[in-house]
Design a protein around this ligand. Structure first.
Ligand SMILES: *[C@@H]1O[C@H](CO)[C@@H](O)[C@H](O)[C@H]1NC(C)=O
Ligand SMILES: *[C@@H]1O[C@H](CO)[C@@H](O)[C@H](O)[C@H]1NC(C)=O
Ligand SMILES: *[C@@H]1O[C@H](CO)[C@@H](O)[C@H](O)[C@H]1NC(C)=O
Ligand SMILES: *[C@@H]1O[C@H](CO)[C@@H](O)[C@H](O)[C@H]1NC(C)=O
Ligand SMILES: *[C@@H]1O[C@H](CO)[C@@H](O)[C@H](O)[C@H]1NC(C)=O
Ligand SMILES: *[C@@H]1O[C@H](CO)[C@@H](O)[C@H](O)[C@H]1NC(C)=O
Length: 503
């Protein structure tokens, strides 16, 4: 330290001449006029600041035992800055070495923070755990890089591990000093964190909703690529339904980043020109914001599938009454109706009693995405067992009705997850018109509320109660008929969200 200082002092002695001070600076440091001006300004500012500081706090006397500290007053500081200004090559060199240090200082932390392994589901996310979200009241929670919050730094990820999220890592870096071997990925990158998966249409959709909200809020930018994480592990696929929905919503097939560099080569970190990270699904979003998201996805999906945009308000039957579409969306296997023809028979009879009612029976297992969108677009009452196929409800016109069915045992054992279709109905502006819970079903050898019974009830089939189903169907049909007649008269129908190419 002392040695360096004396060297600097020597050099300064040779070149520093107080009288020529103002004349020597500019001609010598010519290599970049902008930089020279900037450095000069900085120098002057610092000079003034140090003058003020040295007036207020005189430097403490050096401790007797310690080696004499480098001179630390405003003059020697001035000298150092002048040295930087005057010696062009040492100026460049110091900037270079500073940049190299910043490059080295980029610190990667595990994407999955094991300290929060026990609380990962309670909102204390283990994904990028050192980062805070931007969150305004009622809006989506997100992180945006670069931004004021990131101090202009970009997000960098070393993240191609598909088995253990603790081996994937992230860091922030200034664009001028990206870490060694980093590749800069241009355009907008969506980074998704999902605690469940991207195959189940309900869980997949939950992870996508915040991106759509962000898209609406920011004048509809379209992502160049998606990066999908589940527990911090890289995923390279979305389920086909979700993929189709995103393709429709963002008007183009989503590119899902795989960080493919061939065997054994990790290719260095990837840094993103612009990145948006979501890890709280729709958490924090107001109902209005959610409704906008579902409105946009409905509209875009109908456009992509070439379904009429007007919905079916104006559709009337031969007698001039509004058509009421009642759709039974059936499952096969787990949570299917034990006696399907009996259940269909009940709803068929009730439908026949209402002028304009049209019953459709479809299976969720063999419809394409667009077939589902088309079917829901002509549905006013969706009759369906609890299951992922119900997620399609938001493709119906707003204010449409949902009737849900559960097998035995779910109420006590299935937890809050059983209410997801109540939630999605509320978020997308539908009317959940109740659920029927089968009192009968497979026998469980343990007491009713024993958790072990869930493995038996989970895949149970659903029976029926003719009296109950008939009365329920009658009531819902009646209500929907009244609503559709009011809507057809043009009194109550509100506008849906328009924007981002819709409406
Ligand atoms: C400028 O700095 C370089 C590297 O530190 C040194 O080699 C050179 O002698 C210096 N030039 C002057 C004029 O001090
Ligand atoms: C950068 O890549 C080269 C060639 O693959 C490798 O030898 C070097 O160690 C890498 N540097 C860092 C800091 O990873
Ligand atoms: C299903 O219900 C119908 C009508 O109630 C009945 O005739 C039929 O036997 C039932 N089928 C089975 C397999 O229970
Ligand atoms: C769809 O699946 C259901 C139940 O498996 C079956 O009855 C029906 O025939 C299938 N429809 C088509 C068009 O394959
Ligand atoms: C069927 O539903 C009716 C009407 O809610 C109810 O009174 C009756 O007890 C139910 N029957 C059975 C067997 O649960
Ligand atoms: C849905 O129904 C409510 C209450 O009748 C009404 O105020 C609203 O305008 C309806 N929304 C749409 C999109 O038709």
């Amino acid at each position: 330290m002392t040695k360096t200082t004396s060297q600097h002092a020597d050099r300064t002695n040779k070149t520093y001449d107080p009288k020529q001070h103002h004349h020597t600076i500019s001609p010598i440091c010519l290599f970049s006029p902008k930089l020279s001006v900037y450095l000069l300004a900085t120098c002057v500012t610092l000079f003034i600041l140090f003058q003020i500081q040295s007036l207020q706090t005189p430097p403490p006397p050096p401790l007797p035992s310690s080696p004499s500290p480098p001179p630390c007053n405003s003059w020697s500081f001035m000298h150092q800055w002048q040295k930087v200004l005057i010696n062009k090559s040492s100026c460049t060199q110091e900037l270079k070495s500073m940049a190299a240090k910043l490059r080295q200082a980029v610190t990667f932390l595990p994407l999955k923070d094991l300290r929060y392994a026990q609380t990962a589901q309670q909102g204390h996310t283990w994904f990028m755990s050192t980062m805070y979200d931007t969150h305004e009241e009622g809006e989506v929670q997100y992180q945006h890089f670069p931004s004021e919050a990131s101090k202009g730094r970009l997000l960098c990820i070393k993240g191609h591990d598909i088995r253990d999220g603790a081996w994937n890592s992230y860091a922030l870096a200034w664009p001028e000093t990206l870490p060694d071997n980093a590749s800069l990925m241009e355009g907008l990158t969506f980074v998704s964190y999902n605690h469940y998966n991207y195959d189940n249409i309900w869980h997949g959709l939950s992870a996508m909703v915040p991106f759509v909200a962000w898209h609406i809020k920011n004048e509809c930018p379209v992502p160049t690529r998606w990066i999908l994480y589940h527990w911090g592990e890289l995923r390279t696929k979305m389920g086909p339904w979700l993929r189709s929905l995103m393709e429709a919503t963002f008007s183009g097939s989503p590119y899902i980043e795989g960080f493919d560099h061939g065997d054994g080569d990790d290719g260095g970190p990837a840094c993103f020109e612009e990145a948006v990270v979501m890890r709280h699904n729709e958490g924090g979003m107001s109902r209005e914001r959610r409704i906008e998201v579902y409105d946009l996805m409905r509209c875009k999906a109908r456009m992509a599938c070439k379904v009429s945009m007007e919905g079916r308000v104006a559709e009337v039957d031969g007698g001039g009454l509004p058509v009421i579409g009642m759709t039974m969306f059936m499952r096969t296997g787990a949570r299917s109706f034990r006696n399907e023809s009996a259940v269909v028979g009940i709803f068929e009879r009730e439908c026949r009693k209402v002028a304009g009612c049209r019953l459709m029976v479809a299976y969720s297992n063999n419809l394409t995405f667009c077939e589902q969108v088309k079917l829901m677009s002509s549905t006013d009452i969706l009759v369906s067992p609890h299951g992922a196929q119900l997620t399609n409800m938001f493709f119906m016109d707003r204010n449409s009705s949902v009737m849900e069915f559960f097998p035995k045992g779910w109420l006590k054992l299935a937890g809050v997850g059983q209410y997801v279709y109540h939630w999605i109905a509320s978020w997308s502006g539908m009317r959940h018109q109740g659920a029927w819970r089968d009192p009968n079903g497979d026998h469980c050898p343990y007491p009713d509320d024993d958790r072990r019974c869930m493995s038996i009830y989970k895949s149970g089939k659903i029976g029926y109660n003719e009296t109950y189903f008939a009365e329920w169907a009658r009531n819902v049909l009646n209500e929907v008929k009244m609503r559709k007649m009011e809507e057809a008269s043009g009194k109550t129908r509100a506008a849906t969200f328009s924007g981002c190419g819709c409406g």
